[in-house]
Ligand binder design. Structure first.
Ligand code: FEC
Length: 309
């Protein structure tokens, strides 16, 4: 009989319909409801991207289905069963772990659809899943990060190469901006690996793609009183324009799917800013269901399944 291994695939989560935005936003804010203005502003951003459709849900569903297929094709004496666990929407991380217990599976691997570790991002997914799993007697191991894996570097390198064709300056004229979600600056006092991991991914991709004009910029900082990590992409674009840069390619390495932070913050907000500056701005395609990315997720699960929790 094959050994059963559950795979908890964790992702940020997004509402299923417009009337769920308030509950979603309240969850992100750890139970503090947004003001009417904040809610309206977020609702308008969702309306703008795709008329009220929530692309992150579709991409997460497809990524989980593709990963299940990739695991089914293995012949290693194990039967893998994927479950979804979302950080801020249903099915929540705890629901996913409960479903593993309901399916009477006692061994599990958890992986987050985000390549870089911060105690405030991937760390909090892992903490929630581990606590629930412990209460249910499930032995669970977790992938913490996969920011230097060759498949990831290769997938982004390919995307940069194809995007360069959209620019007149090609490899030597374009300035590449690698980006990721900003976090409150206080992570710097916690010895958090987030910043170093993002810089390492950026450097590996730039070297592999033969890009010499690049830098890292933060995006999508929260609207809180805390100072957030900077510089923000919009400020970097303004500075680059002053230095005479005319072509910018954004490569959002901190995200793996098309969603609000890509389709609004980069494709609308950053693009409009670039137009005002007279800059030609593009961004690379998201990984979504890229076969190399799915293979990477599969390999991470297989490598971890026999390690002690
Ligand atoms: O398309 C969608 O529906 C969801 C897009 C989405 C992704 C995403 C990823 C990350 N976030 C991270 C950190 C924070 C912190 C706060 C925060 C707030 C928001 C808000 C929205 C939102 N995030 Fe998000 N994030 C996405 C969407 N995020 C909407 C609330 C309004 C706003 O500020 O724009 C601040 C929380 C607070 O107020 O205390 C911190 C990180 C990631 C990337 C890693 C991951 O995917 O987990 C880090 C996708």
């Amino acid at each position: 009989m094959k050994k059963k291994i559950a795979v908890l695939v964790m992702s940020y989560g997004t509402p299923e319909s417009m009337d769920q935005i308030e509950a979603y936003y309240t969850h992100i804010r750890r139970g503090r409801p947004p003001s009417a203005e904040e809610l309206q502003e977020l609702t308008e951003r969702y309306e703008t991207i795709v008329g009220g459709v929530f692309p992150l849900r579709e991409h997460t569903n497809k990524q989980v289905a593709e990963l299940q297929r990739a695991l089914d094709s293995l012949d290693d004496g194990c039967e893998y069963v994927c479950f979804q666990g979302l950080k801020h929407a249903s099915p929540f991380i705890e629901d996913g772990v409960q479903r593993i217990a309901d399916a009477s599976i006692h061994e599990a691997v958890g992986v987050v659809l985000a390549p870089h570790y911060s105690v405030m991002s991937v760390g909090s997914y892992i903490q929630r899943a581990a606590e629930k799993a412990e209460g249910l007697g499930i032995r669970m191991r977790f992938v913490k990060s996969y920011h230097t894996r060759p498949e990831l570097i290769e997938a982004y390198t390919e995307r940069i190469s194809e995007s360069l064709e959209q620019f007149e300056g090609g490899k030597t004229g374009v300035h590449v901006l690698f980006t990721a979600h900003s976090l409150p600056e206080r992570i710097l006092e916690m010895n958090d690996p987030y910043v170093d991991q993002l810089l390492m991914t950026s450097r590996l991709i730039a070297d592999h793609a033969g890009i010499s004009r690049w830098q890292f910029a933060w995006q999508s900082a929260g609207r809180t009183a805390d100072p957030w990590l900077g510089p923000d992409i919009l400020d970097v674009m303004t500075d680059l324009q002053k230095q005479g840069v005319k072509e910018i390619l954004a490569c959002p390495i901190g995200f793996v799917s098309d969603h609000l932070e890509i389709l609004y913050d980069l494709d609308i907000e950053a693009k409009q800013h670039a137009a005002k500056l007279g800059i030609h701005f593009e961004r690379v395609r998201s990984l979504n269901q890229d076969p190399q990315y799915i293979k990477l997720l599969r390999d991470l699960v297989v490598e971890l399944k026999d390690r002690p929790p």
